[in-house]
Design a protein around this ligand. Structure first.
Ligand code: FAD
Length: 300
């Protein structure tokens, strides 16, 4: 399968980039395997007109819009990429491959959550990571910060803007989270202490999903985030990146910011690709024997 631009990742970043690129009349193929960061969240917040929208609804609506511009969707897992000789090649786990002139990486990050009984089923329901995303719903309620990585004190301090009732605990000290279904009512420590809480906020390491950037030879920072310029251009001329995976701390991770990133990268890609095409057109016109071509050897 050949396309102009292949987008890996169908979150806010990849979907927005796909929309902008398709409307700029590029053939876009978008690959996604539905392993997005906020997959367990019932509603995300902070995006005007989409506040309190389910991530599934957001994606379905976006895919409907992109389809109307001819974007091809492939639901599959990318297993490897390479970008040599002016061509990007993307291998999928269904034994097919896609080739393209350029690639946008929008694969996001993953949260390296502590292994605590009762945490995983509550992730995105009553256990969160970001007060700007989910603090409002917990205003003036008792919350616990679970310290599983650097920055937990800062998170607890920030949360006190939403509620004065904040308790911070070390992840290693937590035995279990209890509550009906996916709600939370108590955090139980190994020493038997029980702390009432309607939500827990976890400070845990975040791991960029940047293996394809590494395979393509793009520069990464020490934590694995893709290094780009302000427009998402990586160190590889055919590869751009957008969304969480190019936003190292302290840059916030938000749906609206990932979408903005996708739009910025798409416009930069369009400019870069059309500049190349423009150069090619110029060469062809001159090489086709116009009078200005006094030195044929100067044009391939
Ligand atoms: C619990 C929680 C709650 C949150 N709540 C909010 C909120 O209320 N408001 C807000 O603004 N933000 C919220 N966020 C943050 C928000 O989810 C992220 O900032 C946003 O999803 C980033 O978008 P993205 O496009 O960069 O990455 P993602 O949304 O993670 O999308 C990346 C995509 O890449 C695809 N992918 C990755 N690897 C492969 C592969 N090998 N092959 C194929 N596809 C692949 C995945 O399937 C995924 O769809 C929350 C995050 C969490 C964890």
């Amino acid at each position: 399968m050949n396309t102009d631009i292949v987008v890996i990742g169908g979150g806010a970043a990849g979907l927005t980039a796909g929309l902008v690129l398709a409307r700029a009349r590029h053939r876009v193929t978008l690959i996604d395997d539905q392993t997005y960061r906020n997959a367990t969240v019932d509603e995300f917040h902070g995006f005007p007109t989409r506040d309190a929208t389910s991530p599934n609804r957001f994606r379905a609506d976006a895919m409907h819009e992109l389809s109307s511009y001819g974007v091809a969707f492939v639901e599959s897992t990318v297993t490897s990429v390479d970008a040599v000789g002016g061509i990007v090649r993307v291998e999928l786990n269904n034994d097919t491959a896609i080739t393209a002139s350029a690639m946008l990486l929008a694969t996001g990050v993953q949260d390296d959550l502590p292994r605590i009984e009762g945490l995983e089923p509550r992730w995105g329901k009553s256990v969160f990571n970001c007060p700007f995303c989910d603090g409002w719903e917990q205003r003036d309620r008792p919350v616990v910060v679970i310290d599983a990585g650097p920055g937990a004190d800062h998170l607890a301090t920030m949360l006190r803007s939403w509620t004065p009732d904040v308790t911070i605990v070390d992840a290693d000290d937590v035995a279990t989270l209890t509550g009906h279904g996916t709600t939370l009512d108590h955090v139980v420590l190994r020493d038997g202490t029980t702390t009432p809480a309607t939500a827990a906020f976890v400070k845990a390491p975040v791991i960029p999903r940047s293996s394809f950037a590494r395979q393509a030879g793009c520069a990464l920072d020490a934590a694995g985030y893709v290094i780009t310029d302000d427009n998402g251009a990586t160190s590889h001329p055919l590869v751009w990146a957008a969304g969480d995976l190019r936003r190292p701390p302290p840059a916030p991770h938000q749906v609206v910011l990932a979408a903005a990133d996708g739009s910025t990268a798409a416009i930069a890609m369009h400019k870069s690709l059309t500049a190349q095409n423009f150069d090619a057109t110029q060469s062809k016109t001159i090489a086709s024997g116009q009078p200005a071509d006094t030195d044929p050897g100067s044009h391939p």
